[in-house]
Design a protein around this ligand. Structure first.
Ligand code: ZN
Ligand code: ZN
Length: 380
């Protein structure tokens, strides 16, 4: 059950590009190829796993399914039905009580009668700061838990269920209709194969009761929008002692008022006063870890220029490293000028020298190109 994470298997991060994944896969596949490791069962197993991982991660649709649900996305009959591409929440996560009672009424889950508890979904919104630093949280999940009265057996005073006499424990019954043999779920035991003669009063024989569970969750540093955390066995309790489902915590990140995140990097647009940009200076910017960083603005800085602060970006999942922070300069044009300032600016303009494009080489270059453009049109 404890399958290794596909990204870990290939040794790439969750944000890896298709190219990076391909490269990592090639390298690993070469290393563990059976031809290179004759008779090595461990290498062969690893080779298989790598191929399985690559098969999913190279396909955008499968990959996004995997990102959302993990391995559960590709397990058949796990309550989600269908393959990738069938990822509404119709299956496992729709309405947990709906599903729970659906099963009680004999609906069963997609023809399966294992009684395994349903998987649950819990949506959690966190701040960028929490995604950076990681967080412990306590959540309350309405779910169903093992009935304490019968210890989950469903029988009064913990009596064990007995084999169903209608289907002799098969869970299915057959009947002959003309040439056809029809097999259907046993109506007596609803496919469970066993029945309870004297049901527990607390749970009505299901072996579980509705309950609000309190769970503590650790959100690791570096999670991204859409990261899914699986708490194995913390989903709904199974019917009559069957295994519990899993709980999936779906994380979404709140928009930050200052920072934009792209993978491990953080971008921050900073207005820079015209005089600072012109003459040079220093500005102070906040960082995601709560600190401050000084950025030296060289003279002549233009709008759109990016300053890189190495290691001041987001934390990376399961890694001690950090991404970078990028300060994007926007030069602010002064407004609300006093008459004196206007006078000074006029003087500033007339004091310039018209060499090498003067004070505005970019404009100079631009208008030179405009002129060429017009001349080419005339010739054409
Ligand atoms: Zn009970
Ligand atoms: Zn039966």
């Amino acid at each position: 059950m404890s399958k290794q994470d596909y990204y870990d298997l290939l040794g790439v991060g969750r944000g890896a590009s298709a190219d990076e994944i391909k490269k990592a896969y090639r390298k690993m596949a070469m290393q563990f190829h059976p031809d290179r490791n004759p008779g090595d069962a461990a290498a062969e197993q690893k080779f298989k796993e790598i191929n399985e991982a690559y098969d999913v991660l190279k396909d955008d649709q499968k990959r996004s399914a995997y990102d959302r649900f993990g391995h559960a996305a590709f397990e058949q009959g796990g309550g989600r039905g269908g393959g990738p591409g069938d990822f509404g929440f119709g299956g496992g996560f729709a309405d947990i009580f709906d599903e729970m009672f659906g099963e009680m009424m004999g609906g069963g889950r997609r023809g399966q009668a294992t009684g395994r508890g349903a998987d649950l979904r819990y949506d959690m919104e966190i701040s960028l700061e929490d995604a950076f630093a990681g967080k412990s949280a306590t959540i309350r999940v309405p779910t169903s838990a093992v009935c304490e009265e019968c210890k989950g057996t469903g029988g009064r005073d913990g009596a064990q269920p007995v084999t169903c006499s209608t289907c002799h424990g098969h869970g299915k019954v057959r009947s002959q209709q003309g040439f056809f043999t029809i097999e259907r779920t046993c109506p007596t035991c609803q496919g469970m194969g066993r029945i309870i003669k004297d049901p527990c009063r607390a749970c009505g024989g299901t072996g579980r009761v509705r309950k609000e569970k309190q769970l503590s969750v650790t959100i690791p540093a570096g999670v991204e929008d859409g990261t899914r955390i699986r708490l194995a066995g913390e989903g709904e309790a199974g019917m009559r002692g069957a295994p519990a489902g899993d709980l999936y915590i779906f994380l979404s990140l709140k928009a930050h008022r200052l920072f934009q995140r792209e993978g491990a990097n953080i971008f921050c647009r900073v207005p820079i006063p015209m005089v600072t940009a012109t003459l040079g200076g220093t500005i102070e910017v906040p960082t995601i870890d709560g600190g401050k960083a000084k950025v030296v603005i060289p003279e002549g800085t233009q709008t759109g220029h990016q300053f890189r602060l190495r290691g001041k970006g987001m934390s990376v999942l399961r890694s001690p490293s950090r991404g970078d922070m990028f300060i994007q300069a926007t030069i602010e044009t002064p407004v609300n000028l006093t008459p004196r300032q206007i006078e000074l600016l006029r003087e500033f303009e007339s004091a310039g020298e018209e060499k090498k494009g003067g004070n505005s080489p970019e404009s100079h270059g631009f208008f030179a190109r405009v002129k060429e453009f017009w001349e080419d049109l005339k010739e054409g």
